[in-house]
Design a protein around this ligand. Structure first.
Ligand code: LIP
Length: 260
């Protein structure tokens, strides 16, 4: 199946999953580890729904996902990377800013990504080399410096040892940028880069399912997305993520590397 056809069929699946998430009210919250690491019955059910439908669509693909320790060797062949509810803490708190994120990796690199924000009814998608889209409208961001950028960030709630360095980096960012934004969903933060809402984003450690789809969307919109060395992101292990308009992203990466 060609990627355009698969993308159209996957969109229906992801929209159904988003509709389920949007109407659900978490009734069972189990702690995986620590007060910041919550899983709801809806994370698990949504991932199972996505797996069932995507397996029927594309049986040859493997799966990597946030829930139920779904692991695969993403470096060989085709692999779906799923975050059923990115922004779980927002979901549990009723912030209505969470997303269903699905990427297709081919030999370790994203070739298709989609992120659906059901409360905002915003569907972001991208196919490698074919551009990024928001509800069917092509996204093309303009370059800008850090001084003209709202800067999104994540506070590494699953890695508390990184919290203090994150706050030091934010202090340095606020010496340059007009303001910062902590919105609670890395996938949607990267889609905000693609949509030109924020000019730069960083989080010192994210899981592949947080950024696999939205990183491709941002890149296809014209953003730079890389690790602290300026290298392309890997998808086998958690990684730092820096993204943004080309100038802002490079300035932010330099600032982060100077801030220990
Ligand atoms: C979360 C991200 C959030 C980040 C957290 C976590 P989850 O994803 O969306 O922005 O700060 O570290 O990764 O766990 O809610 O799917």
């Amino acid at each position: 199946m060609d990627l355009e056809t698969l993308c159209g069929k996957m969109e229906e699946t992801v929209r159904r999953a988003g509709a389920y998430v949007r109407t659900a009210v978490p009734q069972a919250i189990d702690e995986k580890s620590g007060h910041s690491d919550l899983v709801t019955e809806y994370d698990v059910q949504t991932q199972r729904m996505l797996m069932e439908e995507l397996s029927a669509l594309y049986p040859e693909a493997e799966f990597m996902g946030e829930e139920e320790h779904l692991q695969a060797d993403v470096t060989v062949g085709d692999c779906f990377v799923i975050d059923p509810i990115d922004g779980t803490a927002n979901f549990v708190a009723g912030y209505n800013r969470s997303a269903v994120s699905v990427a297709l990796l081919r030999d370790g690199q994203p070739v298709l990504g989609m992120v659906y924000h059901p409360w905002a009814e915003e569907f972001f998608s991208a196919i490698k080399g074919k551009g990024a889209f928001l509800n069917g409208r092509k996204l093309t961001l303009s370059d800008r410096p850090l001084a003209d950028s709202l800067v999104g960030f994540g506070s590494c709630p699953y890695y508390r040892d990184l919290a203090q360095r994150t706050t030091r980096i934010l202090g340095a960012v606020l010496d340059v940028a007009p303001d910062i934004r902590r919105m609670g969903s890395a996938a949607l933060d990267l889609c905000d880069i693609a949509a030109g809402r924020t000019g730069a984003f960083f989080e010192l450690k994210l899981s592949p399912w947080d950024y696999a789809a939205a990183g491709l969307i941002a890149q296809e919109a014209g953003a730079k997305v890389f690790d602290l060395q300026g290298e392309p992101l890997g998808f086998s292990n958690p990684s730092p993520v820096v993204a943004g308009a080309p100038s802002a992203a490079e300035e932010l990466r330099t600032l982060i590397n100077k801030t220990k």
